[in-house]
Design a protein around this ligand. Structure first.
Ligand SMILES: [Zn+2]
Length: 89
């Protein structure tokens, strides 16, 4: 699959990876479906190559914050479990 074909499918709402360059879709929705940008933004991405980097960083930041949230919940649980067993000073 060429990068151009990948973009074409992505705009149509069918994100797939990897392409010939072993790349994901611009918003990584091929790997994480909930990251799929709205159609208007996907069309703008293709129409405005100059803004591509900015939009990809935005999508990446959203994916990281999603994982950060999960990590925070998990570590918070561990901390409160550890605290319960510790003697208070
Ligand atoms: Zn992918």
């Amino acid at each position: 699959m060429t990068p151009e074909k990948q973009l074409e499918l992505w705009v149509k709402g069918d994100p797939r990876c990897p392409n010939d360059q072993v790349e994901c879709c611009p918003d990584f929705s091929c790997c994480k479906r909930e990251l799929l940008l709205p159609l208007a933004e996907r069309e703008r991405f293709v129409a405005e190559p100059a803004r591509r980097e900015e939009m990809m960083l935005g999508a990446l930041a959203r994916s990281l914050s999603l994982e950060d949230q999960v990590a925070m919940v998990l570590s918070g649980r561990e901390r409160s479990a550890a605290k319960a067993g510790e003697p208070s000073c």
